[in-house]
Design a protein around this ligand. Structure first.
Ligand code: ATP
Ligand code: MG
Length: 566
């Protein structure tokens, strides 16, 4: 990427200044920290492009860290899918980490907080904790367990760790300020008891650390300099700083002794958190809870159903990684919460595919057309360009006989005003073949047009015509399944109500055409090849189901933005 294409934004400016000032010894270390409880979606792409992009642009490093502190919803299948998606987007991590790699350090740090009188074991249950917490306008109340002695706290915490207490019966809490105007600082939980196996650490731990506590320590241990996260963590930043200031890991590296021998080559840092606005897209939902629900209720056909906003679905839909990166550049990085028009994504896809997708012909709603003045068994092979503006994309052979299919909508018996395609006794250009005249219209008993007869003009006798239509040869072409996808929801904000977002699913978001026709050079492509089907749109051969003998194409996007225009 040249400097001119590199979008400037407040985070880039901040990092530039930090590097120039020699902050963090001039290092730039970022991380992308997904929780492995679902597939990555297009919102995550913004965070990926930002974190990996900043490391790349400043000669730094970026870690992939699985934020796996809540084993209830986490799964190894998600871990694998997340890695695959990041690679597909075009990024490579410098180190792969897990928050669970640091469970022993978190534990030692918690003991330190207890010893320093900064944390206590609390016996309130979840409802009581809520009552004591207060509200936005009323301060909270101290827990009756807040003044336990260090010895008692250390003993109880050891026993929590040893699995002596029931789930939810106790928590370890930070002792900060129950009257703080920031509710996050009202003695937040550090550890909860949860006797459940973890995908990485098995049964080793009956207690699990809370996100805010684990995240800042993980950042420091990995030498992260710039901890970039979304705006909802802005109110958590004081807590992020509080933990790091209490523990001062740079001055107390012995707290991380359990990591000795681990491949941790970057010195412990004092990271700083900076927040940016999420990427929101209209006509979709992005919360993982909802995406999980769409999949588990069978409302879509899995995580990579081409209508889903997940990266694996967008990929299957035929969206390119380059188009997603372009979207992220265009949207920019700000603190302004906005909702991006779905059309902006589609525009990025068209822009990329217009340049990079070869052209092919396909007919989605076939109407037979016989060129009567060609002899039975006639076959001609022509060489045609794969891309009208890009000769370096080469040519392909295209054969035809006398029996073709054209698009049903390219013929009108009673044409509306301005119709430039085929009409009875009218002329039209068949792309790459020449100009034909419609000399006959065949109908079934109900009057439905079932075939056209035409004659091909000699090139020097052909009249001038205004319209050009595409075709597929019935003898040389192949039948194909084509799936037309559209927006998964039929309202811009499915979460806005009334009712559930599920009520707003677009019933027409998927149309399957079982008997479309495509030219052989499309059928014989590898899976996951993108084409512009001329005059129709951009399509991709399905990465799971496409076979040369049984071609399957997904529509990536139509040629033009016609959403909402009937
Ligand atoms: P959910 O709340 O739906 O579970 P999440 O934000 O918790 O999603 P994580 O796996 O924790 O998902 O996210 C990993 C990283 O990606 C975080 O740093 C998060 O801030 C960022 N991220 C998630 N969604 C978006 C988004 N829509 N735009 C930009 N960044 C995002
Ligand atoms: Mg999260």
């Amino acid at each position: 990427m040249s400097a001119a294409d590199t979008p400037n934004h407040f985070i880039r400016t901040m990092i530039s200044k930090d590097v120039a000032a020699g902050k963090h010894d001039g290092r730039v270390v970022t991380r992308f920290p997904p929780e492995p409880n679902g597939y990555l979606h297009i919102g995550h792409a913004k965070s990926i492009c930002l974190n990996f992009g900043m490391a790349r642009d400043f000669g730094g490093v970026c870690h992939l860290r699985f934020d796996d502190t809540n084993p209830v919803k986490e799964d190894l299948a998600y871990v694998r899918a997340i890695q695959e998606d990041i690679h597909w987007l075009g990024f490579e991590w410098d180190a792969l980490r897990h928050a669970s790699d640091y469970f022993e350090v978190f534990y030692q740090c918690a003991r330190r907080l207890i010893s320093d009188g900064k944390a206590y074991v609390c016996d309130l249950n979840a409802d009581q904790v809520r009552e004591y917490r207060g509200t936005l306008t009323a301060p909270g109340q101290n827990s009756p367990w807040r003044e336990r002695s260090v010895e008692e706290n250390l003993d109880l915490f050891t026993r929590m760790r040893n699995g002596e207490f029931a789930d939810g019966s106790r928590t370890l809490r930070a002792k900060i300020d129950m009257a703080s105007p920031n509710i996050n600082l009202r003695d937040p939980a550090i550890y909860r008891i949860r006797k459940i196996a973890h995908q990485n650490t098995g049964d080793a731990w009956p207690i699990y650390p809370m996100y805010d506590y684990a995240h800042c320590i993980s950042d420091a241990l990995e030498g992260i300099t710039h901890s970039l996260c979304t705006l909802e963590f802005e109110d958590h930043r004081p807590l992020y700083d509080w933990y790091l200031n209490q523990l001062d890991l740079k001055a107390n590296p012995q707290l991380a002794d359990s990591l000795q021998g681990a491949d941790m080559d970057i010195p412990i840092s004092r990271p700083e958190q900076t927040e940016f606005a999420r990427l929101n897209l209209d006509y979709t939902v992005m919360s993982k809870r909802k995406l999980v629900e769409l999949v588990s209720k069978g409302l879509v056909e899995g995580w990579d159903d081409p209508r889903m906003p997940t990266l694996s679905a967008l990929r299957r839909r035929g969206v390119t990684a380059a188009a997603i990166r372009l979207l992220c550049d265009r949207v920019g990085v700000t603190k302004q919460v906005t909702v991006i028009d779905y059309g902006v994504l589609e525009g990025c896809v068209r822009e990329d595919l217009d340049q990079h997708a070869q052209r092919r012909m396909a007919v989605l709603d076939p109407l037979p057309l016989t060129i009567e003045n060609l002899p039975e068994g006639y076959a001609a092979t022509i060489e045609v360009a794969n891309h009208p503006q890009q000769p370096e994309m080469g040519t392909r052979e295209l054969s035809h006989g006398r029996q073709l299919y054209i698009e049903r909508s390219d013929f009108e018996e009673e044409p509306p005003k301005g119709f430039k395609r085929l009409v009875p006794d009218g002329n039209v250009r068949l792309r790459h073949i020449g100009i034909v005249r419609c000399v006959g219209v065949d109908k079934d008993a109900e009057g439905k047009v079932i075939g056209l007869r035409a004659t091909l003009y000699q090139p020097d006798e052909a009249p001038k015509v205004k319209g050009t239509i595409h075709w597929v040869c019935a003898e040389h072409g192949r039948q194909a399944t084509v799936r037309l996808y559209d927006r998964l929801f039929n309202v811009p904000d499915p979460d806005a109500g009334p009712g559930s977002y599920i009520d707003h699913l677009n019933p027409d978001s998927r149309e399957v055409i079982a008997a479309a026709w495509v030219e052989p050079a499309a059928a014989e492509s590898e899976a996951e090849t993108r084409y512009q089907f001329e005059r129709i749109g951009y399509f991709v051969s399905d990465r799971r189901e496409h076979r040369a003998e049984a071609p399957v194409f997904n529509r990536v996007v139509s040629l033009r933005d016609s959403w909402g225009k009937g």
